[in-house]
Design a protein around this ligand. Structure first.
Ligand SMILES: NC(=O)c1ccc[n+]([C@@H]2O[C@H](COP(=O)([O-])OP(=O)(O)OC[C@H]3O[C@@H](n4cnc5c(N)ncnc54)[C@H](O)[C@@H]3O)[C@@H](O)[C@H]2O)c1
Length: 426
């Protein structure tokens, strides 16, 4: 390797490997350094953006996935959330959490400040609305990324994630999404068999995320509208995408994975029957959507957040020779039941990400989580408007953009609850 002065450099810092690690770049570096990367022992320095429940949990999962990880910087919209998260992280990982007041940031621009710190990898777990903007900045700053699902709330957001993912690939940056089923051993075993033809041609399926209530935060005296929205983000479509996007994306992603294609169209319905108070913002409490795939297979998807009803979180794929269940079961000609160990998929996804960085074969899950997120958005748009929607239209033409007028703590009226047949398709 030649330096600017023309002298031969006989070593490359391990941190250079971690910073950017395309397979091609790796081969070149290995050729010139006698395999320094094989040592692979340098620390991966991590920043966290969005330090709530999952941000804290994902950071612990990352720390559990590798002893060679250190947490360097943190950013959140709110000081109290950051403080709670830091306290919890320090309690469990005192010697590996190296966040200081100088590397702690709050506010809407906290993400930019985290990205200016000397970090290799950033964990992103704010509400989904912010993901496209944060990912774009992280890839521009040359960071590897772990980002929670879902990754957008509207079609322009999903398109932005795809563009950032393509740039990440060009730059040799790893990008893993928090769809942990993709790293969960029994799902992997079932998918391998489906793709090897164990259930024949897929002709239909079902997927579900039916559960009771989640947390809700009533507006407190002194909170602006924007603060309330951001603290109570699950219940505002502009922030969460509604629960079909926020939760059910997991199951829709599994169906897309099994079929290996994206739906060509969908028709959905839904409403807000039980959770009608103002504390529940403007989202629905139940959806049912039929997705149609290119071979004509139809998949029924349903999701509900209503207490006192039957719960089910599952996927079922029907083929010409059998039926596969996401939880590790195949019925039919090639019956199978997964009975092996169950390593924690929340930790495995980080271990896979770190391994891919260290081996110079960066995983990139950006496009497919953007597509699955957009499938869920398409289902929501169909249910909100009552219209059938095609993938081509939602991917290429929809102009629905849920971005608020400004990111500032002030007034922000709650958008009206959608009414099928009346809410326009944009
Ligand atoms: N993979 C999974 O199984 C799983 C499980 C739970 C949550 N999630 C996802 O993780 C994400 C976060 O969910 P959560 O349960 O941790 O919610 P949470 O409310 O506990 O945490 C969100 C955090 O983001 C902060 N935040 C809000 N806006 C921000 C901004 N602009 N910049 C920086 N920080 C901001 C909030 O203050 C809060 O601390 C969501 O996308 C959710 O869907 C994934």
């Amino acid at each position: 390797m030649e330096t600017k002065t023309g002298k031969k450099k006989d070593s490359v810092s391990r941190r250079d490997f971690i910073k950017t690690s395309t397979a091609a770049g790796m081969a070149t570096l290995l050729a010139g350094t006698g395999g320094i990367f094989a040592a692979g022992s340098d620390k991966i320095r991590v920043g966290v953006i969005g330090c709530g429940g999952r941000g804290t949990g994902a950071t612990k999962d990352c720390l559990n996935a590798s002893a060679e990880v250190e947490i360097i910087a943190m950013g959140d919209l709110f000081q109290d959330r950051l403080d709670d998260s830091l306290e919890s992280l320090k309690k469990d990982f005192a010697d590996r959490v190296k966040v200081t007041p100088e590397t702690s940031f709050v506010g809407f621009d906290a993400y930019k400040k985290v990205l200016t710190c000397d970090i290799d990898l950033v964990i992103m777990a704010p509400p989904p609305h912010f993901r496209p903007m944060h990912l774009q900045a992280a890839i521009a700053a040359g960071k590897h990324v772990f980002m929670e699902k879902p990754v957008a709330v509207d079609p322009p957001g999903a398109r932005s994630i795809i563009a950032s993912s393509q740039l990440a690939r060009q730059k040799g940056l790893a990008l893993v999404a928090g769809t942990q089923r993709r790293h969960e051993v029994h799902y992997l075993e079932i998918m391998k068999r489906i793709h090897d033809g164990a259930i024949g041609e897929i002709v239909g399926g079902q997927c579900y995320w039916n559960q009771g209530e989640l947390w809700v935060k009533e507006k407190q005296p002194g909170w602006s509208d924007m603060e309330w929205h951001c603290r109570n983000w699950l219940y505002f479509t502009w922030l969460s995408g509604d629960h079909i996007v926020e939760q059910h994306v997991h199951n829709i992603d599994v169906i897309n994975w099994a079929i290996g294609e994206l739906p060509v169209k969908c028709m959905g319905m839904g409403g807000r029957q039980v959770r009608t108070g103002p504390q529940y913002g403007n989202i629905f409490d139940h959806f049912a959507v039929e997705f149609e795939y290119p071979n004509g297979a139809r998949v029924m998807s349903m999701c509900r957040q209503t207490p006192g009803c039957a719960d089910r979180v599952a996927e079922r794929v029907v083929g010409t020779r059998g039926v596969a269940h996401g939880h590790g079961l195949i019925e039919g000609e090639n019956a199978y039941k997964y009975e092996g160990p169950h390593p924690n998929p929340y930790v495995v996804e980080h271990a896979d990400l770190i391994k891919s960085i260290r081996e110079g074969k960066p995983l990139n899950e950006g496009q497919r989580i953007a597509e699955s997120t957009l499938c869920a958005i398409m289902g929501r748009m169909s249910a909100y408007t009552g219209r059938e929607i095609s993938w081509k239209w939602v991917m290429n033409e929809s102009k629905l953009d849920l971005t608020p007028p400004e990111y500032a703590f002030g007034d922000l009226p709650v958008a009206p609850v959608a009414v099928p047949g009346q809410t326009p398709l944009v």
